[in-house]
Design a protein around this ligand. Structure first.
Ligand SMILES: [Ca+2]
Length: 393
């Protein structure tokens, strides 16, 4: 097992088997020493790292290039589908007291807190299955970039265990070590997590109040302005060529002078400076985004991500889907539709393993094959056209 794993790693890395096999245990031993030197209890360091092995999957994920650029409408279609809106409204009702308390204490809108939770882990359902000390040991000892960053994150993770925030066996998360209900990396956890249920520990894995309070604290520290908007859907004049971009901010009165109108028909007025996002060009929906959008953006440094959180927050607050459709004749699919598309492919004899709703290279290859069989252009994309053509919906 271990030999096969190493052989795989060696292929992946293009290095000699002897080097990989010999260096990993020594490198891990060095990590243990660094952790202890940084003040981590030797027992905790040993328990965390004594049995870690090279994790091929983590290495592959860390080196994966986004070979397939996801259109913005696909990204939004699965992150803000009706199921996530319905689940979010139910979770908001269930945790109403906690969310209102977090809103009160940190001044951050509770719908945004819930939206982060929904997008990051589907409200706690998908928090990631990688053992974090092993993931970091792999990235540090066998990867080829950001070693110092991973090392400090590993030490931060062990410090959380050392100070009793949570036990070692709870350190499971994404390949990059983001973990808990709202996916903090260890250094962020150490810096910004709060004990919001008052039991003396900051447990973002098992305590929903701790996780939601910590997310509110994060957004507050990222510059959230209480009571201010985050995003407004707008329309731009036909052929608009004016300023755009998150950082090219202007007062709403200036945007009104440029011919920008609210998509819901209300007057464009109010305080604050906003930038204009046109993620699919001037023919698609437009968005004026405020300082609070930047606070959301800082959670994951991608405008599409901040757009998804912002829109989900609006949907949780009872607002409708975008008024302007995406400029495509082949819109994206919800998670339920992606799952059904996979089942339809399986039913037609495509060997894609078990349907899990996740569209990876194998599913995309099968989609391209099905498209060819049906005389459609082979895009390999899980869109509405192929879904309908195979009998979906
Ligand atoms: Ca707690």
């Amino acid at each position: 097992m271990r030999t096969a794993l190493l052989a795989g790693l060696v292929t992946l890395l293009g290095i000699g088997p002897a080097a990989a096999a010999a260096n990993f245990p020594a490198c891990v031993a060095g990590l243990k020493q660094s952790a202890v030197a940084a003040g981590v209890d030797p027992t905790v360091a040993a328990q965390a790292l004594d049995r870690v092995e090279p994790d091929e999957r983590v290495l592959r994920l860390s080196q994966a290039q986004p070979e397939f650029k996801i259109p913005i409408w696909d990204y939004l279609a699965f992150l803000v589908d009706e199921q996530r809106v319905a689940d979010g409204r139910a979770m908001m009702a269930k945790h109403d007291a906690t969310l209102r308390a977090a809103e009160q204490r940190f001044g951050v809108d509770r719908h945004v807190i819930a939206a982060v939770w929904g997008v990051e882990t589907d409200y706690g359902r998908e928090a990631g299955g990688n053992y974090i000390p092993q993931a970091y040991a792999t990235l540090i000892c066998l990867g080829n970039r950001r070693q110092d960053f991973w090392r400090s994150e590993l030490i931060a993770a062990l410090e959380l265990v050392d100070r009793g925030d949570l036990p070692l066996e709870q350190l499971y998360g994404s390949w990059a070590g983001a973990f808990g209900q709202t996916q903090f990396i260890p250094s962020t956890y150490r810096r910004l997590a709060v004990d919001f249920d008052g039991d003396g520990r900051r447990d973002l894995v098992n305590s929903i109040p701790d996780a939601l309070g910590s997310t509110a604290n994060y957004l507050k520290r990222a510059g959230w302005r209480s009571g201010a908007p985050w995003m407004i859907e707008v329309k731009v004049p036909k052929g608009y060529k004016g300023p755009r971009g998150r950082k090219d901010r202007a007062p709403l009165s200036t945007w009104a002078q440029r011919g920008v109108t609210r998509a819901d028909g209300a007057a464009l007025s109010g305080k604050g400076q906003a930038g204009l996002l046109l993620p699919a060009g001037p023919k698609g929906p437009g968005f004026l985004v405020f300082k609070n959008f930047d606070a959301i953006y800082s959670y994951n440094a991608a405008e599409s991500y901040a757009l998804a959180i912002s829109h989900l927050a609006d949907r949780l607050a009872g607002y409708p889907p975008f008024r302007t459709p995406w400029p495509t004749d082949d819109p994206g699919l919800s998670r339920a539709e992606r799952l059904e598309l996979q089942k339809l492919l399986i039913a037609r004899g495509h060997d894609i393993g078990e349907a899990d709703g996740k569209i990876g290279p194998i599913t995309r290859a099968a989609i391209a094959e099905a498209e060819k069989q049906l005389g459609m252009p082979a895009t390999g994309r899980a869109g509405r056209k192929i879904y309908r053509a195979l009998g979906g919906g």
